[in-house]
Ligand binder design. Structure first.
Ligand SMILES: Cc1ncc(COP(=O)(O)O)c(C=O)c1O
Length: 414
């Protein structure tokens, strides 16, 4: 079975480490790996300030708060995103204002951005969707002069460069996710990098935060273990399937976003916490391998482009991406006709492809109205949601697997 989700970057060594980690509850919270992760980000990005949290959504929240964002303010962000990127704005009391996307690269549309900026706009969250760089230089030109803060949402990539500069270094702060389906799959985690002075305050305040609950931390580590077993033993006497069934049926693992967060935009109990050592340990193991993981992503992207362009299916539209030397996307997006049928067809043939994002503020259970999104306000985003398909690009995917994915897409339309 080929998976796009389910902690896709967890490899055998990460799995063994997760087993070791879960058995040492005494090391869940304090420990050497928190400092190691911080140092890794400081060195990799060459920044002065790094603060770490239990999730990127908390990272976004703390940055907004530190920048003084409050009730009555507006924060711009693109539609075609995840509710976890929107809720932090709401938690500050500010109003999220949604900007439409460019359907060629799924990032913020510059013309629509100009329409949405006004005197209440205090910050903009620039999302690099699927890891493809948004035109952050043009965005800077538009909003920079107005004193609007720029926060880069780098949840989908660690290391991609735009015009020779790493994403995360273009604005006032860069926020990264260490979540299960992100560039490194370490259960949960969020990192804020900045060279601005307010980064020092973030670092200071982080020291006084509490850790998430022990039970929650354990469940998240267990997710890494369950996800790995599910993926690797899926076809072995249905063991993987059984493991997944038992874990979810008995609530041994939890979703990445709680029901209340999705439906009501509520802040989860464990938000606004420090990064536990256990998550940092899992993250650090993958960060050390980031060069290999990223090379894989870029090479597989090239392969998808080359092969799919060659087949030239008129039902399949490739993104207008320039795949440069330092471009490491999380997933490879396509716009396809009859997407839901294709997803089913692929599943029957042993592959679970992705549908990020199938609604403007994903996932489907999200009450769009409660997020502040108005139906019809971002027409390109809504259109893209109907036909978006994501192909896997993770570390254990072989070239042969990618060719199988392409073959299934071809078979579906031919
Ligand atoms: C674009 C984007 N930003 C932010 C987040 C939040 O990341 P985390 O799950 O670490 O809070 C997510 C993930 O859900 C995301 O997809």
């Amino acid at each position: 079975m080929i998976f796009t989700s389910l902690s896709p970057n967890t490899q055998r060594d990460d799995f063994l480490l997760a087993l070791k980690t879960i058995l040492k509850p005494g090391e869940y919270f304090e420990g050497e790996y928190i400092g190691k992760v911080k140092k890794w980000f400081k060195d990799f990005f060459g920044v002065f300030h790094v603060s770490v949290y239990e999730s990127a959504r908390s990272g976004l929240y703390f940055v907004l708060k530190e920048l003084g964002i409050k009730e009555g303010d507006e924060v711009l962000l693109q539609a075609f995103t995840c509710v976890a990127a929107v809720n932090p704005v709401k938690w500050t009391g500010a109003r999220p204002v949604f900007v439409d996307i460019n359907p060629k690269d799924f990032n913020m549309d510059i013309d629509d951005l100009e329409n949405k900026v006004n005197e209440k706009t205090k910050a903009i969250i620039v999302q690099h969707t699927f890891g493809y760089p948004a035109k952050v230089n043009e965005i800077k030109e538009i909003v920079g002069r107005k004193g609007i803060y720029i926060i880069e949402d780098c949840a989908h990539t660690i290391g991609t460069e735009y015009m020779g500069k790493k994403l995360g270094l273009w604005g006032d702060a860069g926020v990264f996710s260490l979540g299960r389906d992100k560039a490194v799959s370490a259960s949960f985690g969020g990192v804020v990098i900045t060279n601005r002075k307010f980064g020092k305050n973030l670092e200071e305040k982080e020291k006084f935060l509490s850790f998430p609950q022990k039970k929650w931390v354990k469940k998240q580590i267990l997710y890494t273990i369950v996800a790995f077993l599910t993926r690797t033993l899926y076809e072995v006497l249905f063991i993987g399937k059984l493991v997944h069934y038992i874990a979810t049926r008995w609530n041994l693992v939890e979703k990445a976003t709680t029901e209340e967060e999705k439906k009501e935009g509520e802040m989860p109990d464990n938000a606004r916490s420090k990064l536990p050592n256990a998550f940092a340990r899992l993250a650090f193991n993958q960060l050390r391998k980031i060069g290999i993981l990223n090379k894989k992503r870029r090479d597989l992207s090239h392969l998808y482009v080359k092969r799919l362009s060659k087949i030239g299916l008129e039902e399949v539209k490739l993104p207008e991406w320039k795949i440069g030397e330092h471009f490491y996307p999380l997933r490879f997006p396509l716009l396809v006709k009859r997407r839901d049928e294709l997803l089913k067809f692929a599943q029957e043939r042993g592959m679970l492809l992705g549908d990020w994002y199938d609604v403007p503020i994903a996932p489907k259970q999200v009450d769009q109205v409660k997020t502040g999104y108005k139906q019809g306000s971002c027409v390109y985003a809504e259109k893209v949601c109907e036909s978006i398909l994501n192909l896997p690009l993770h570390s254990d995917l072989t070239e042969e697997d990618a060719l199988k994915v392409i073959a299934v897409i071809r078979d579906f339309y031919l």
